[in-house]
Design a protein around this ligand. Sequence first.
Ligand SMILES: NC(=O)c1ccc[n+]([C@@H]2O[C@H](COP(=O)([O-])OP(=O)(O)OC[C@H]3O[C@@H](n4cnc5c(N)ncnc54)[C@H](O)[C@@H]3O)[C@@H](O)[C@H]2O)c1
Length: 364
Amino acid sequence: MTVYLVTGAAGFIGANYVQHLLMWESSDVEVIAVDYLGFAGNQANLESVSDRVVFEKADIADLDAMEEIYRRYRPDYVVNFAAESHNDRAILGPSAFMRSNALGAQVMAECSRLVPVRSHVHVSTIEVYGELPPGDKWFTEGSPLNAKTPYSAAKAAGDQIVRAYMQTYSELNIRMTHCANNYGPYQLPEKLIPLAVTNLLRGRKVPVYGDGLQSRDWLHVADHCAAVHRVLHADLGPIPPRAATEPELLPIFDISARCEVTNLDIVRRVVTALGLDPAEWIEHIPDRPNHDRRYLIRPEKIETQLGWRPVHDFDAGMAGTIDWYVEHRAWWERILEEKGELGFDWGAVGPEAHRTPGDGAAAG
Ligand SMILES: NC(=O)c1ccc[n+]([C@@H]2O[C@H](COP(=O)([O-])OP(=O)(O)OC[C@H]3O[C@@H](n4cnc5c(N)ncnc54)[C@H](O)[C@@H]3O)[C@@H](O)[C@H]2O)c1
């Protein structure tokens, strides 16, 4: 029996990964799904596989709790997706982000040191590289970390800790990925694509921050899951000593489909797919403070070293994603009933909200 421990498993990408994992590894696997069911956690995301998954409600930043889970299940493979991930909320309440994304990354690596595993993947984000200057083509694994928002800074802190663990305890097989913006099923309707679909299906306009020309690098969540799985199982060999000064030699892989699209273009596609007129159904609202303008990463390393390629075409992937939210109305209506309206209006929130302690729920 091979044991997989997946954290953040009730979130968007973690839930997709668990479902794919059970398809790829059909027999003889035990999946331990860990999540503390925070703001974005939704156990219903695992409903279709609930009979094949052991769910543990736990905080990855709690060393005692996580060590106990490791000792009880003795995982062979660990994937750490758990993070506070909603950028807007990080501005209103950064503390929870620091705890999950930085301390949580350390606790998970420490557990894999105390109770050794075959390999451990820490899932990080393109956003740790900061903003891409207009003339530059892309970031690579060797680019310096240059986070500028509370979310990306917390993730970058986690990255630094994981880099320290992977080099200091190199026998542990700790790896890391940075991924582009994901789209697909099970994403909380506070994020751009599900927000647009769920607003339009309820006869509401879609809010777009500022001019909407913020450019993002988009990848289907299924392609991300396949890439993470490949990194988890790759036979990478020892880390060369030169990696200390050449970080591109570390077991770090950037994941992207080289698909750069503006937020405005994404929203226009959703509006049009639902048979509506963008001129009538899009409204521009004040931009988020300190909003990154552009990022793009080059996935050449994972393509050449591990043979991974995205298989989802963007047009077809977007159409399938929009259909999924149209067809799963009960799933997102339940979320909106529980959490209230999602989405932010920074014009209405005002400077007081920037000082709101806690999880930022005040602006929901
Ligand atoms: N969504 C994207 O486009 C994207 C892109 C690149 C990287 N990532 C990274 O992928 C990972 C998953 O992202 P997502 O979009 O699924 O996020 P999400 O917010 O939908 O899910 C994260 C899950 O982690 C859980 N969690 C948070 N802190 C926890 C803690 N301390 N203990 C236990 N559980 C905790 C939450 O309850 C939630 O279920 C994150 O690490 C994120 O930084 C996301």
